[in-house]
Design a protein around this ligand. Sequence first.
Ligand code: FES
Length: 87
Amino acid sequence: MPREIPAPRRLTLWLNGASIEVPEGTMASAAFLAAGVACRVSVTGEPRTALCGMGICFECRATVDGVPHRRTCQIPCRAGMRLETQP
Ligand code: FES
């Protein structure tokens, strides 16, 4: 008989001032993607988001808990964290 896998705990955090919920273990870049929100805006005004997902391309930079230029693909979500699109 197969064992049931427990559902992951849900975390509540802030994305551009709005409250969102994500499963525990979600990376911050995935929270942006799930919400349909860009991580940052390019110098030409285009929305940018995670590309490589492994810390190389820097496309996923955003402001995390007030600290700019954080690579969100390398940061797991925590309850209460503040994610902001980087202008
Ligand atoms: S997605 Fe490439 S560094 Fe984060």
